[in-house]
Design a protein around this ligand. Structure first.
Ligand code: GUN
Ligand code: ZN
Length: 429
């Protein structure tokens, strides 16, 4: 039996702060008691200390300098794009052809895929991301490499082989049949192994034939519990292209809907330019949107209509979208989301931001029964955030009044230096 006892300030969410003012649980002096990787108990230190033996009391770790929060959930990221993050000067379709496809074409090499997986998983953990929904490349080798690396840390990774059978260079294409067969093999090899899960991953409508999208839909129906992960309505030229390629579809989302790709384990990245009926259909099918602000700004795609989607009741999680996105760091991603929402007249609160990065992301991934907060029985994926991580933070946070102020300053000024410790199933990595 393994056990950890941590004492310090703690913050997590019991629900969505925008809807429920009592959803924020901040405890200035908490005890987090972990047994066998799960939250065994959590509550006010003084009232819980009485239950501890002398030996246990002597094992309590002093976290009074930190803030304990749940691990971050990244709902959309591309691991093969790690080496081209921050590439200059293009909007989506040109960016894909110039930078993305050439880099992704090299992931048929298992040695290369293993090397990049190492860097990628290390960056996730360093930045406090304990759960991620990840695009691999078209090559099955890329999926094996990523899952093998994630498994070493017992991480919650959902990933899949990209399916794409047209409108890209030959060396990143498969076919409807081969993508079906290879995805099936990968599902059988990896889905449900330790904390790993599989996502059927058609890249986006323009690079898949109707036949391939239907094959993806068949797979989704055949395997209970697997995910569907793709892009939706990111860029205006992309949307026009989808209209040309699928003239019979009512709208962009309808292309996926006709193939049976919507549902509670379906996650669509971006969703910037959705019409009313797309919003209604996302909500009705309990599908989720991954909001990727650093990417939307960097590749000039547009401003996310967060309030509008929330009003429709659509599940939203945060995505870094590396390498269209410019940071692995969730704090920086939240900072860009805040600035973007300012331009939309929406003052995104720090509690709503941190909710989206933790429990909101867990809900978007239909995983909130296992992760997302410190509820008893949940998997103990959590972080120690350091308010004194840099000289400026130390000075600025000394002027903070309360947890709300502190969260906002950490989000605005913070980066990977704030993540003092990342814990996966109760183990410090
Ligand atoms: N749409 C299709 N492929 C991609 C990709 O790799 N990144 C982004 N941001 N959008 C896409
Ligand atoms: Zn993406």
């Amino acid at each position: 039996m393994s056990e950890r006892l941590m004492r310090g300030p703690l913050l997590h969410f019991l629900g969505e702060p925008d809807k429920d003012a009592t959803a924020v649980d901040y405890q200035p002096d908490a005890l987090l008691w972990i047994k066998n990787g799960l939250v065994h108990q959590m509550g006010n230190y003084a009232s819980m200390a009485a239950k501890l033996t002398g030996t246990q009391l002597s094992k309590v770790e002093d976290c009074s300098r930190y803030l304990m929060v749940p691990g971050f959930v990244d709902c959309h990221i591309h691991y093969p794009q790690t080496e081209m993050i921050g590439a200059y000067g293009a909007q989506l379709l040109e960016w894909l052809n110039t930078y993305t496809f050439p880099v992704e074409s090299t992931f048929n090499d298992p040695v290369k895929a293993a090397a990049v997986s190492k860097v990628f998983i290390n960056q996730l953990l360093k930045n406090g991301t304990t759960t991620a929904l990840v695009f691999c490349s078209v090559h099955p080798e890329s999926v094996d490499a990523l899952f093998t690396e994630a498994q070493k840390y017992n991480m919650r990774i959902i990933a899949g082989k990209v399916m794409m059978d047209r409108n890209a260079p030959q060396n990143v294409l498969d076919t409807a049949q081969s993508s079906y067969d290879q995805s099936k093999q990968l599902i059988e090899r990896w889905h449900g192994v330790d904390r790993l899960q599989y996502a059927i991953t058609p890249r986006f409508a323009p690079t898949s034939s109707d036949e391939q999208l239907k094959a993806a839909g068949r797979l989704l129906a055949e395997y209970e519990g697997v995910y569907m992960h793709t892009h939706l309505s990111e860029n205006v030229d992309e949307i026009e292209w989808v209209k040309e390629l699928f003239p019979k579809a009512k709208n962009y989302l309808d292309v996926y809907d006709q193939a049976g790709l919507l549902g509670k384990r379906s996650v669509f990245a971006h969703g910037l330019h959705l019409c009313q009926s797309e919003c209604e259909q996302l909500a009705q099918t309990d599908s989720a949107i991954a909001h990727c602000p650093t990417s939307n700004l960097f590749i000039g795609s547009g401003l996310f209509p967060m309030k509008r989607l929330q009003n429709h009741g659509i599940k939203i999680g945060m995505g870094t979208d590396v390498g269209g996105g410019t940071s692995f760091n969730m704090l920086q991603t939240l900072a860009d989301s805040y600035k973007m929402q300012q331009l939309k007249g929406n003052n995104l609160s720090p509690e709503q931001s941190f909710y989206l990065a933790t429990l909101g992301g867990a809900k978007a991934l239909d995983m909130d029964e296992k992760i997302g907060n410190f509820a008893i029985g949940k998997e103990a994926d959590f972080l120690l955030l350091d308010p004194n991580a840099t000289d400026l933070l130390k000075f600025r946070t000394s002027h903070c009044e309360g947890w709300r102020d502190l969260l906002f300053v950490l989000q605005t000024l913070g980066d990977d230096r704030v993540i003092a410790q990342t814990n996966v199933m109760g183990v410090s990595i």
